[in-house]
Design a protein around this ligand. Sequence first.
Ligand SMILES: C[S@@+](CC[C@H](N)C(=O)[O-])C[C@H]1O[C@@H](n2cnc3c(N)ncnc32)[C@H](O)[C@@H]1O
Length: 235
Amino acid sequence: MTWRDYWNQDTPIYVNARHKAVHYDVIARQLADALPPGDTAAGPAVLDFGCGEALSADVVAKRCQVLHLCDGAELVRSRLQQKFGLLGNVVVMSPEQLGEIPAGSLDLIVVNSVLQYLSRADLDNLLATWKRLLKPGGQLLIADVIPHDVGPLTDVLALLKLGAKNGFFIASFFGLARTFFSDYRKTRAALGLSHYSEAEMLALLTSAGYTARRRQPNLGHNQARMAFVGVVKAL
Ligand SMILES: C[S@@+](CC[C@H](N)C(=O)[O-])C[C@H]1O[C@@H](n2cnc3c(N)ncnc32)[C@H](O)[C@@H]1O
């Protein structure tokens, strides 16, 4: 079992439909606000890598020339295709299809809450691929990176706070209990998650050829996790 296999099923990560909808709504609004202008009036060309079900991707797509939604799980891609396939500027793709995006054509690549599921070797390869796809001056936004000293308890508290604010506080308790007894916990124990310090992330991005900086705030609701921007140097 790999993390990619794990995500190819319904998971207990979201405590209920409201939690899932609130999560994707928050991410989409933050992303829409973070979009660079792009070179044309139609807006930027964007790739959301490891996008998940991206339930509010239409909010982002409205402001983009093209929005590539890329996810490693076939089940996720089929749901994305069903929901957004009719939008003319949304392209659903697998990581193996990234080569279909013209080199040097993207203004922004977003990678939110994905690094923890990637091996170091996979991350190194992806940093090179993403750099090839970005325009000079294009941005790589990597968010929700888990620092070494942040464990599951911080995630629990952040979830309860989000639940309290959005009307699913009680459901959060049941959801957390479900997660505790679920495959997620067992898979997490078996496969582990990748953690990085701020210095490690900045060094990784720099040695992959990006101009790197920490971005605050993080995307999403958990400010114990970190976000970074890597800019491809102009020629
Ligand atoms: C925690 S979800 C994050 C989804 C979304 N980015 C968000 O912000 O909610 C992780 C996603 O990464 C995807 N993923 C995991 N490993 C991947 C890989 N190697 N290549 C592409 N996608 C991957 C999973 O299928 C899953 O949809």
